[in-house]
Design a protein around this ligand. Structure first.
Ligand SMILES: Cc1cc2nc3c(=O)[nH]c(=O)nc-3n(C[C@H](O)[C@H](O)[C@H](O)COP(=O)(O)OP(=O)(O)OC[C@H]3O[C@@H](n4cnc5c(N)ncnc54)[C@H](O)[C@@H]3O)c2cc1C
Length: 433
């Protein structure tokens, strides 16, 4: 048995973990199992990639299979990481259309969670750039699913949290880019209504994300810095810089759990103040792709900063028309009860796909909480508030939601028709999905 956990290091669960090295080995494992879940690189925060009985880790099934240099179509096994794709194809001028805030996610995980990036308002989520998926079904057969073949299974698999089958390989579309640089500029918003408005005013930006200070009070309540980005053209890159810069080295790594008292409302609010005041003077600049998309990847094991209890991330989306009222209530509750939330980000979503996939029209808020009793109770209270406003919670981040709180915005009966009976995660058991 191995102790497994997600990126939040909470909860920690004993599981039998197997890591097949070939498709044949994988097939043999699945043939003999009646309760299991596939796991990618373990970057989902909670327990969605753990099954006590059997967790099948896919990271060694990770070959590139075919590349079309003209069209940008890549066929690869599901254990390939976005980091591997960038490493190989960025020097040739190709980049993923959609990427989450870490490059250490597998293709299987990116499809199963239908991950979103800073461009959802423009391009939608990862699934939009998947041409087809080879999925291992209940009878251990490999089924090709696409928009024209087994189309329903394809749609329920994108964002389906690995519950429809094991993703073996897939075809995805990469994006042609002229350089590995991003032109970045920032917009300061002094309160919540300015913060919400500024997303509308900057709808045309390719990438947008706001860092929001949810501990600020009074006139500064809901202040934020909106960071906007565009791919730089080749002739916009500084002369001495490489057009396609390499990945940065990790600046440092945390080798131990930080003391639990380090993060509290006082230290976090002081950090937020400093960051906000410092960022006011941040000039527009051209930054490399790694710094822009993956700032946290430069600190190894940063998930140990919340101490040995671990942490969870609360991520919700609220319908656009209730954003101001909804986020005002949520921030008041956070200010009253939380013990320090470090990172809070707000992103703009375009329309969703209507299946299990999380993104849908509205603004999404994500923030980390130390996994203390007080914060878990607060997280559940926030979840109830989100439900009251007609919003929903992102399963890739969830570690605490109760079954009665899960508010699926898709038809559960329809989903059940495509759900694999042998696949269960600790999360799917907890939320009864
Ligand atoms: C620092 C950080 C930033 C993040 N930022 C974002 C963000 O901006 N946007 C966003 O959407 N997400 C974000 N995430 C979440 C992350 O992108 C997703 O959880 C992603 O799914 C993790 O991929 P993984 O390979 O680690 O999958 P895992 O965590 O191992 O698994 C996640 C889910 O995918 C399923 N799965 C994995 N592989 C397979 C397979 N081969 N077949 C079937 N099912 C499979 C698992 O069963 C599980 O349900 C972030 C996570 C971190 C740690």
């Amino acid at each position: 048995m191995t102790e497994l956990f997600g990126w939040g290091r909470f909860p920690k669960i004993q599981s039998r973990e197997l890591t097949p090295k070939s498709e044949a080995e994988l097939a043999a494992i699945l043939r003999n199992s009646k309760s299991y879940i596939a796991r990618g690189n373990g970057r989902a925060y909670g327990d969605s990639a753990i099954n006590k009985n059997l967790t099948v880790t896919m990271t060694h099934i990770n070959r590139f299979l075919r590349w079309n240099a003209k069209s940008g179509e890549l066929i690869a096994e599901s254990g390939v990481l976005i980091a591997d794709i960038i490493d190989t194809f960025l020097p040739r001028g190709w980049f993923p259309y959609v990427t989450p805030g870490t490059k250490f996610v597998s293709l299987g995980g990116a499809i199963a969670c239908d991950v979103h990036g800073k461009n959802h308002h423009k391009d939608g989520s990862f699934g939009n750039f998947v041409n087809w998926i080879d999925l291992i079904n209940e009878d251990n057969q490999v089924l090709r699913c696409s928009r024209s073949e087994n189309a329903d299974l394809f749609r329920w698999t994108i964002g389906g949290m690995g519950l429809t089958g094991v993703i073996l390989r897939c075809s995805i579309q990469l994006k042609k880019i002229e350089s590995g640089w991003i032109k970045q500029r920032s917009v300061i918003n002094n309160n919540l209504s300015e913060s919400l408005k500024s997303f509308h005013e900057n709808k045309d930006a390719q990438y947008s994300v706001a860092w929001i200070d949810c501990l600020a009070t009074g006139k500064s309540f809901g202040r934020s810095i909106l960071l906007l980005g565009e791919h730089a053209k080749k002739d916009e890159v500084k002369q001495k810089s490489a057009v396609f810069p390499k990945v940065r080295n990790q600046k440092f790594s945390l080798f131990f759990d930080a003391p639990g008292f380090l993060l509290n409302n006082f230290t976090v609010s002081a950090f937020n103040k400093l960051y906000f005041n410092f960022s006011k003077f941040m000039p527009s600049s051209c930054v490399d792709w790694d710094t822009y998309f993956y700032p946290l990847d430069s600190i190894g094991n940063w998930n140990r900063i919340y101490g040995k209890e671990g942490f969870f991330q609360f991520q919700c989306v609220l319908p656009e028309e209730v954003s101001l009222e909804g986020y005002t209530k949520l921030f008041f509750a956070i200010q009253k009860k939380s013990s320090g939330s470090f990172l809070a980000v707000l992103k703009d979503f375009g329309s969703g796909n209507g299946y299990v996939s999380f993104p849908r029209k509205g603004l999404t808020l994500a923030l980390d909480f130390k996994a203390s009793k007080i914060n878990i109770a607060l997280g559940k209270q926030l979840t109830d508030m989100v439900n009251d406003f007609g919003g929903t919670i992102y399963l890739a981040k969830d570690a605490i939601m109760e079954d009665v709180q899960y508010n699926p915005t898709f038809s559960k009966d329809e989903f059940l028709k495509y759900r694999n009976r042998f696949i269960k995660s600790e999360q799917s058991i907890r939320v009864k999905l």
